[in-house]
Design a protein around this ligand. Sequence first.
Ligand code: NAP
Length: 278
Amino acid sequence: MTITGYTRLAAVIGSPVRHSMSPAIHNAAFAATGFDGVYLAMPVEAGRGPAAVQAMREYGWLGLSVTMPHKPDVLAECDVVTAPAQALGAANCLFWSGDKIVGDNTDGEGYIRGLAAGLGVTPSGLRCAMVGAGGAARAVVRALADAGAAEIVVVNRNAERAADAVSHAGDVGRIGALSDLASADLVINATPLGMAGAGHEDAVPFDVAALRDDAVVSDLIYHPAETPLLRAAGARGLRRQNGLAMLVFQAAVQFERWTGLAAPIAEMQAAVSATTTS
Ligand code: NAP
């Protein structure tokens, strides 16, 4: 690609951020569409997120992806905050609407689009069970509720965080136990159990033997691509999906916010695959 005087800058801000797959995904999207943009990873120390938003405003950057620890504190610097970002108290994407900077959260929409694209599953009318209640779980619970899920049961060690996640489900949410998974259509793991490098590589968050024969198992983890949970789900013949779909589609939503173009999903997926297998 050729960088010119017209090339627009987008970046992910975070700490740490050098490990991020976002530069590979977004630069692949710019290349595939011919959009004159470049995407960098910018290490921004804790507490300096608002200064990065001021730089976006001052220098007219195309947009920002925001990761930990800045997701909550960039909100105050935005002119407009979308409903998901407001409800979750966290923005992962900043874009321009006219001369206003909008703070948005694309994780939930990315999850729903990834589920539909990968498995052809839409949450409307489904009984969903969410295992885990951290930031990712909250975003997905909210999106499932918005997409018309019939029930969302949250199962988590810490009861306070479970209640917080349930609060994003509106009328269809409740706190549950692992025994509730037996009746769920869609069971989601949003804990780090099974994730590489977290000390839980061999752990499974729940026993797939207890699930229905037609249950769908969704693991938000993308490294490794096949967690012990997904291996067990595959051995039982259950439909399953890893976290790469959510990763790619939340980036696709960001690309669309910034450029107004349809995201080149295949090229973004290929960029992730090249990163995870290299
Ligand atoms: P988080 O905010 O730290 O929340 C972690 C959740 O896992 C908490 O509910 C925690 O329970 C639970 N947990 C942690 N260790 C556990 C254990 N040993 N046993 C049972 N529960 C345990 O993390 P997060 O940001 O939500 O991320 C959660 C997972 O989603 C991670 O694997 C992450 O890689 C993945 N993720 C994927 C994407 C994607 O695009 N695919 C995006 C974001 C996150 P307590 O509340 O009881 O402590």
